[in-house]
Ligand binder design. Structure first.
Ligand SMILES: *[C@@H]1O[C@H](CO)[C@@H](O)[C@H](O)[C@H]1NC(C)=O
Ligand SMILES: *[C@@H]1O[C@H](CO)[C@@H](O)[C@H](O)[C@H]1NC(C)=O
Ligand SMILES: *[C@@H]1O[C@H](CO)[C@@H](O)[C@H](O)[C@H]1NC(C)=O
Length: 459
């Protein structure tokens, strides 16, 4: 009797050690991050989702929030690549933009409570990982509040790299899997910078854990000199500014940095913005969202003009949705009680941005030489990082052309244009603004498929 009781106790003890070990293990963390269901989501979506925090700096207490949306079980997620998606700003949330209005599986309804499916979600083709980067953006946080005022490119890249290393420990099934990085706008810095870190730290390692294959950026801040030349030209050729302001911009912003412009350049930009009036610069032929509550005057709103399939005020719905306590609970987000509310962009992180190199082109050169797959795309109705800016930047790389500028085909119509260079593919999406997958979801899906399959845009 006694011994039976003892062995039972012993068994329970063993079991609890086992359970304890399991919960403390990376796999246990992964299980804990599994999302059962998001409030308001459609039933039986057929794919798995995970979200949670990965600590990237113990001393300061910085943790990055991620959301993984796997490919549907019916589409063999284990055979599909992993793609990390980043939005820019700097200071904007990949959860609020990329996941909720661009490439993610769900869109948020105007009630800010319920979700509906995005038929062109990129997780149909790959396992898509969103991270809010850097700390201080979206649900990512730092326990050292002064960090928010000193964020810059370098720390962002280092933290994102640390995130990846730790994340792959939690998700060992993704080790050695084909891996890509993609992003938009100021992620035109984050993506190549993170790509370079991964590439350099993989060097000399056979069969690396982070099996990095390439990157893709859209309407990407690339090279401040060429970006400025191309942006001012776009404003002028699209009739958005006067001749005199065009002349003034070209002189005042000649050697400028886009993150830290000179006083003269700022003054010229101020005049240009007044001349542009109340347009949506991110999508010049559509009306801005009428959001009086927004601090940013018409900076991030959209309105259907050309494509009627999207809602101009979508980021407001994200503000409602992600501030709901039950949504945060379901996402395992904000577990430490972040002392401010969720915002699609952090004004503090964005305004106090520190280091921002003038050009990403040396990194392009290095990674092109390394033979990585590199695609650059541009929605051609964006006046913030316009197609002309991207073309000047890419042209200055002086890459040999393999296939010259040609219209690509979307359902018998021109979807945009493409040029294939040795080491880089350039694609434009016609009629799309800054957030290409928001404005032109089907065209963006074709682009993503072509990128993954390493095929030229369909002719
Ligand atoms: C931040 O502080 C909270 C509260 O002390 C703590 O629970 C959390 O683990 C800290 N975060 C990091 C990343 O160290
Ligand atoms: C903006 O709001 C005003 C007042 O609510 C309304 O009259 C106007 O039609 C709105 N404009 C757009 C573009 O939504
Ligand atoms: C985090 O939760 C607290 C309540 O505990 C809330 O006041 C705050 O707005 C939330 N912040 C974010 C970024 O979700």
């Amino acid at each position: 009797m006694m011994s039976h009781y003892c062995s039972q106790l012993f068994f329970i003890l063993l079991l609890s050690i086992f359970v304890g070990l399991c919960l403390a293990s990376p796999i246990g963390d992964q299980r804990r991050d599994r999302i059962t269901e998001l409030p308001g989501q459609p039933k039986n979506v057929g794919f798995a989702q995970y979200s949670g925090y990965v600590t990237v700096n113990k001393e300061s207490g910085r943790a990055l929030f991620y959301w993984l949306t796997e490919a549907p079980a019916s589409r063999a997620p284990r055979l599909r690549p992993l793609v990390l998606w980043l939005n820019g700003g700097p200071g904007c949330s990949s959860i609020g933009y990329g996941a909720s209005e661009e490439i993610g599986p769900f869109r948020i309804r105007s009630d800010g409570k319920s979700l509906f499916m995005n038929p062109y979600a990129w997780n149909k083709l790959a396992n898509v990982l969103f991270i809010d980067s850097p700390a201080g953006v979206g649900f990512s946080y730092t326990n050292k509040s002064s960090d928010l005022y000193t964020m810059g490119d370098q720390r962002t890249a280092e933290d994102a790299y640390t995130f990846l290393v730790n994340w792959f420990e939690r998700f060992p099934q993704y080790k050695h899997r084909e891996f890509y990085i993609a992003g938009e706008s100021y992620a035109g810095h984050y993506v190549p910078q993170l790509a370079q870190l991964v590439y350099q730290r993989n060097k000399g390692i056979k069969n690396p854990v982070i099996n990095f294959k390439g990157f893709m950026v859209g309407n990407a801040v690339t090279d401040d000199y060429h970006d400025y030349v191309g942006t001012f030209e776009y404003w002028w050729t699209h009739g958005l500014i006067s001749d005199s302001t065009y002349r003034m911009l070209r002189i005042a912003c000649k050697s400028g940095s886009s993150q830290h412009p000179t006083v003269q350049c700022m003054e010229a930009l101020r005049v240009a913005v007044v001349e542009q009036g109340n347009i949506d610069p991110y999508s010049i032929y559509t009306q801005p969202c009428n959001n009086t509550a927004s601090l940013r005057r018409s900076l991030r709103g959209h309105y259907p003009w050309m494509s009627r399939a999207y809602d101009p005020c979508t980021e407001r719905y994200a503000d409602l949705y992600f501030n709901r306590p039950e949504v945060q609970k379901a996402l395992h987000a904000n577990v430490t009680g972040i002392p401010y509310s969720w915002k699609s962009c952090s004004d503090i992180v964005g305004s106090y941005w520190t280091d921002s190199p003038l050009s990403m082109l040396p990194i392009y050169q290095e990674l092109i030489n390394a033979g990585l797959k590199i695609w650059v795309y541009s929605g051609d109705t964006d006046a913030v990082v316009p197609v002309t800016a991207t073309r000047y930047s890419i042209d200055s790389l002086k890459l040999p052309t393999i296939i010259n500028w040609y219209p690509w085909n979307d359902n018998g119509k021109v979807g945009g244009w493409s040029q294939v260079y040795k080491g880089l593919t350039l694609v434009t999406i016609t009629g799309a603004g800054h957030e290409v997958p928001l404005h032109k979801p089907r065209q963006a899906f074709i682009l993503f498929r072509s990128f993954l399959e390493n095929k030229n845009m369909p002719n």
